[in-house]
Design a protein. Structure first.
Length: 95
């Protein structure tokens, strides 16, 4: 079962990287990031997701996004990342 790394917020990009790396160091091999609180995503946010994706793939782990809004989904599709980050299949409920 993938471990959810707290909901992604644009102001916490460094924290996202640190949390994902910590999860990978602890042996997690499936990283699921909830982006449901994002109403939009810009180039900086995409860059951070790509960095985290690359770190995850470098250790042969899986990286997925959950709860992508229609706008975030549209942007990720335009840049060719939606399918790569498997953003279409994951849905999590927040506590």
């Amino acid at each position: 079962m993938p471990r959810l790394v707290r909901p992604y917020r644009p102001t916490l990009t460094a924290e996202l990287r640190h949390r994902v790396r910590a999860q990978l160091r602890c042996g997690e091999r499936e990283i699921l990031v909830d982006v449901g609180r994002l109403s939009n995503i810009d180039a900086a946010g995409i860059g951070q997701l790509v960095r985290v994706y690359n770190v995850t793939k470098a250790v042969k782990a899986e990286f997925r996004l959950a709860n992508a809004t229609s706008r975030v989904r549209e942007v990720l599709q335009r840049v060719g990342l939606f399918d790569m980050m498997d953003a279409g299949n994951a849905h999590v409920t927040r506590r």
